[in-house]
Ligand binder design. Structure first.
Ligand SMILES: *Cc1c(COP(=O)(O)O)cnc(C)c1O
Length: 361
């Protein structure tokens, strides 16, 4: 029996998100998913698994509000920032009518989520320096209900110029919402836009415990927005988005001691990143290491496929970005432990550009 003909047309046409997990691979050193390299140690405390959990556990909401410097009414907790991306679309976009806009090269889930729900994707390439092209965005706003901006941007690592974001907020006022994906902002907290929520009712911020909090396996993320937006999202979210053990561990991660651990991880990751920047700059196969405010580096190689393959053969898995617009020969390297970074450099130091390439081909 052919079930395919029963599926929705847009689902049949959908290209699923190529997550690092889905791409798989064989290796010992995983630097392809922007995870923290070591597991944090939390123990489950609760035992009331016979009961449904709270939809928005107060301990988690209050803990994150305190961490982010917002009011609890401005926080919604969900199953990772990915669910946040989807919730905003499902709450604000009319299928077949509305569009979302985003600025490649950037994170891949905005398009996947939109396409699943029959929402049109409009893209406006960033400028050469990966900053917003405001005149072009202005020209493309017709029918756009949501704009997704990622800062620090995945995979380029740069912070989006706050002045441009402010101009964009003014530009779309009364017409659309601006969703700023701050999945990596914990590595550069001073650039967070949470302080702007009071001023802009159409600003939405996405956060996660998956990156700096080292809890990608927990599936816990947040939407920060004004109360009116949060109330609308709460109409759409499933009744029990967080399993009890998830809420339990999230609350611990947001405790004084949990936050201290996260701050230490951030400091360590940022230090490892800067040493890796310096070490990579000395490798012949590296053309450019781009500045990063996050737990990964985008690197322009000479040539990327050879570096990718060589590292892969040594069990070191990176993320290939060369299919993204403007990122030919670019790979993304997650900042691992100091030893893992040194392993990467050791392999790359031995690589000569062109020479080994011409021998192979
Ligand atoms: C990792 C990531 C997410 C998803 O985070 P989860 O909370 O794990 O769903 C969202 N946006 C960006 C830019 C990311 O890199």
């Amino acid at each position: 029996m052919n079930i395919r003909h029963l599926a929705r047309t847009n689902v049949l046409a959908l290209e699923p998100y190529q997550s690092a997990r889905r791409l798989g691979g064989k290796g010992d050193i995983w630097l392809n998913a922007n995870e923290y390299p070591l597991p944090p140690s939390y123990a489950l405390r609760g035992d009331k698994l016979n009961r449904y959990p709270s939809c928005q556990p107060p301990g988690v909401i209050n803990g994150y509000a305190a961490y982010a410097g917002v009011r609890p009414e401005q926080v919604l907790v969900c199953r990772g920032a990915d669910e946040g991306i989807e919730l905003v679309i499902r709450t604000f976009c009319e299928p077949g009518t509305d569009a979302i806009l985003f600025c490649p090269p950037t994170y891949g889930m905005y398009s996947v989520s939109a396409e699943t729900f029959g929402i049109t994707c409009r893209t406006v390439r960033t400028r050469q320096n990966w900053q917003l092209n405001l005149p072009e965005i202005r020209a493309q706003l017709d029918g756009v209900k949501l704009i997704y901006i990622c800062s620090p941007n995945n995979p380029t690592g740069n912070i989006i110029d706050p002045d441009a974001i402010r101009e964009l907020l003014e530009m779309i006022h009364g017409r659309a919402l601006l969703v700023v994906d701050e999945a990596y902002i914990d590595f550069y907290l001073q650039a967070s836009l949470t302080g702007w929520l009071a001023e802009y009712s159409h600003l939405v911020i996405l956060r996660t415990l998956s990156k700096a909090f080292a809890l990608a396996g927990l599936r816990c993320g947040f939407v920060l927005a004004n109360e009116e937006v949060v109330q609308l999202l709460l109409k759409v979210i499933t009744p029990y988005p967080l399993a009890l053990p998830v809420a339990d561990i999230a609350e611990q991660a947001l405790s004084v001691d949990g936050l201290r651990q996260t701050r230490a991880r951030v400091a360590e990751t940022n230090a490892n990143r800067e040493s890796l920047v310096r070490a990579l700059a000395a490798c012949l196969c590296v053309r450019e290491v781009y500045p990063s405010a996050s737990n990964y580096l985008l690197v322009w190689f000479d040539p990327a496929y050879q570096v990718f393959k060589t590292l892969c053969n040594r069990g070191i898995i990176l993320r290939d970005q060369s299919n993204q617009p403007g990122l030919a020969d670019c790979l993304r390297i997650t900042i691992g432990t100091q030893e893992e970074c040194q392993d990467v450099v050791a392999v790359l130091k031995a690589l000569n550009p062109f020479s080994s390439l011409s021998k192979e081909s």
